[in-house]
Design a protein around this ligand. Sequence first.
Ligand SMILES: [Zn+2]
Ligand SMILES: [Zn+2]
Ligand SMILES: [Zn+2]
Length: 131
Amino acid sequence: MANSNGDSSAHARPTVHGLAVSPATQCAHWASPLDIIAVKHACCRKFYACICCHNACEAHEPEVWTRDRRAEKAVLCGACGHVLSVQEYMESGSRCPECREGFNPACKAHWGLYFELEKSLCSMVLTSSGV
Ligand SMILES: [Zn+2]
Ligand SMILES: [Zn+2]
Ligand SMILES: [Zn+2]
């Protein structure tokens, strides 16, 4: 359990990394009023505003949360700071269970970039790394 900053406060909001990240976790790539979630990546366990931000800041390949790790608290609501588990987020109906703020339903098309999915959903995944 490596925890570099040793912060034990449950209310401390995780730091969200990325390019031009706003307090609501919008970024240079996704900046609509609905783009208010940040996702922790399985590879480096850092919250990034989006996977493009991850790839711009990290030298390694992004890793997805496998299906057996959906209990992991990996999705941050930028509106209220609540951290959802992968499972909670997938079942949230694109809104925060805590503050009821709407999430971008289009994010669903990118789930496969962050989470391991059943095959039917995987086919929707775009290659958005821009390379
Ligand atoms: Zn990473
Ligand atoms: Zn981004
Ligand atoms: Zn919220």
